[in-house]
Design a protein around this ligand. Structure first.
Ligand SMILES: Cc1ncc(COP(=O)(O)O)c(C=O)c1O
Ligand SMILES: N[C@@H](CCCC[NH3+])C(=O)O
Length: 447
């Protein structure tokens, strides 16, 4: 059994007394009574600590080289105005990829200069909103987008700061659906086909655009850091080629996000300090070969900042023993949420862990599966976990490491209201995203 205090898997401020989990000074039994379940519970100090550690590790590794580093929080992992303010206060900027994320960052009071805009199919409305708010950069993802951004900038009378997202051919990431830099997928401009160089030339020749540099995001939930170095070297070479052609040495380079975290007691997340130190060496060596100084760098971690800072709290309902082909049994533990608050298990075969957190149990641990309440047999939250055999309706189960791509990918499947997010700090809790009600769901029905 893993005791829920392993900081790789659980938020930093958890403890367990008589089997009851306490998060930042409040027990999950009190939190469930006040806010209901399923709920996402956020350890605010843990979130802020991770943001600060990423900033310090990445900036610290490059400071001795005289290279400045910006860290953008990839808000697709999870965003609310409170989270935007907290991570911004820790020195992170905000990376957005659609209207809602951009609007939330703006509503949080994050200055435009500290916001970036991504997307493979940005609308004219999104680009206009970004430029009206003076975003620090728009990451161009296709050739047609160059003219779209240019024409909107001209209409607004501004010069648009842009980067070019380069598909480097590096294959990385936890699942095919979340690898983003191989050739046959929708993101970016290919290095191999020459599309990236063509984009650079076009932007360079366009007075409406200010070309800041190159961007690469190779994938998500990456546990082997080698791909970052490979992609970075490819970008430095492209930058040197461009400088050779035009005499312009691009000032910035973004190496994206994708830093993997632990989802199981046996896993370890990426050691960002070690990764940053290795990367600093790789980039220094490559820059020496190319004879070019290093650019200002940026990174876009999402999952690694918010993922481990949240847990999902569920109430157990039906529990049944199912006989398997091998003659053994599996305990099917149904909870009051499921694929509507965590689609990752169904979508990526993702693994999660779960613990009973509302009482202690001396019952033997048995092979179990935590499933949701939706009308799909694939509605699985935790595929394989050992749970006490005496689990019963009314028990509280917690699933750790659900802060990233849980609430942000939540749905109303079966017309369930989406779970809220409760932020806890120093014994105080408040909902930062309100739990939806049936009235919210019905309100969209126009009759
Ligand atoms: C462009 C871009 N930047 C950053 C991220 C953040 O990734 P992660 O949450 O894996 O750190 C993503 C998602 O993978 C992305 O597409
Ligand atoms: N949603 C994915 C990550 C995609 C990241 C966006 N490029 C996940 O849950 O792992």
């Amino acid at each position: 059994m893993t005791h829920p205090t392993d900081p790789q898997l659980w938020p930093a401020n958890v403890s367990v007394t008589d089997g009851v989990l306490d998060l930042a000074g409040l027990s999950v039994t009190e939190l469930a009574a006040t806010y209901g379940t399923p709920s996402f519970l956020l350890d605010v100090a843990d979130l802020r600590g991770r943001a600060a550690r990423y900033r310090d590790a990445l900036a610290g590794a490059f400071a001795p080289l005289g290279v400045d580093v910006d860290v953008y929080y990839a808000s697709k992992a999870f965003l609310s105005t409170a989270v935007a303010r907290w991570v911004h206060a820790e020195g992170l900027r905000i990376d957005t990829a659609a209207h809602g994320e951009l609007a939330t960052a703006i509503a949080a009071g994050v200055p435009g200069a500290d916001i970036g805009l991504h997307g493979n199919n940005k609308s004219a409305g999104e680009i206009t909103l970004a430029l009206e708010h003076g975003v620090g950069r728009i990451v161009v993802d296709s050739l047609p987008e160059i003219d779209l951004v240019g024409s909107i900038a001209a209409r607004l009378g501004v010069r648009a700061p842009v980067m070019v997202r380069v598909t480097t051919g590096v294959h990385a990431g936890g699942h095919e659906f979340i690898a983003t830099a191989h050739e046959d997928q929708k993101f970016g401009l290919s290095l191999a086909s020459g599309a990236a160089a063509q984009a650079l030339d076009r932007i360079h020749a366009d007075d409406r655009l200010d070309l800041l540099g190159l961007h690469s995001h190779i994938g998500s939930q990456i546990l082997d850091p080698a791909g970052f170095g490979e992609a970075a070297r490819a970008l430095l070479r492209l930058r040197a080629d461009f400088a050779g052609r035009t005499g312009v040495l691009l000032p910035e380079m973004d190496l994206g996000g994708g830093f993997g975290i632990a989802y199981l007691p046996t896993e370890r997340g990426v050691d960002v300090a070690a990764l940053a130190t290795d990367l600093a060496e790789i980039l220094t060596a490559e820059a020496r070969v190319l004879g070019t100084p290093l650019p200002r760098l940026s990174f876009e971690p999402g999952r690694a900042i918010v993922g481990p800072a949240m847990i999902t709290l569920y109430t157990v309902g039906t529990v049944k023993d199912v006989v398997l082909d091998d003659g053994g049994t599996r305990l099917y533990v149904s909870v009051d949420g499921g694929m509507s608050d965590n689609i990752r298990t169904a979508l990526y075969d993702a693994d999660y862990h779960a613990e009973l957190t509302s009482r202690s149990s001396t019952a033997p641990r048995v092979r179990s599966r935590v499933v949701g309440k939706h009308c799909e047999s694939g509605d699985i939250v935790v595929r394989d976990v050992l749970l006490p055999a005496d689990l019963a309706a009314g028990d509280l189960l917690a699933v750790p490491a659900t802060g990233a791509y849980g609430r942000s990918m939540a749905s109303n499947y079966n017309m369930v209201p989406r779970a809220g997010v409760v932020a806890v700090e120093d014994g105080q809790a408040r909902e930062i995203v309100r739990r939806e009600t049936i009235e919210d769901v019905l309100a969209l029905d126009m009759g």
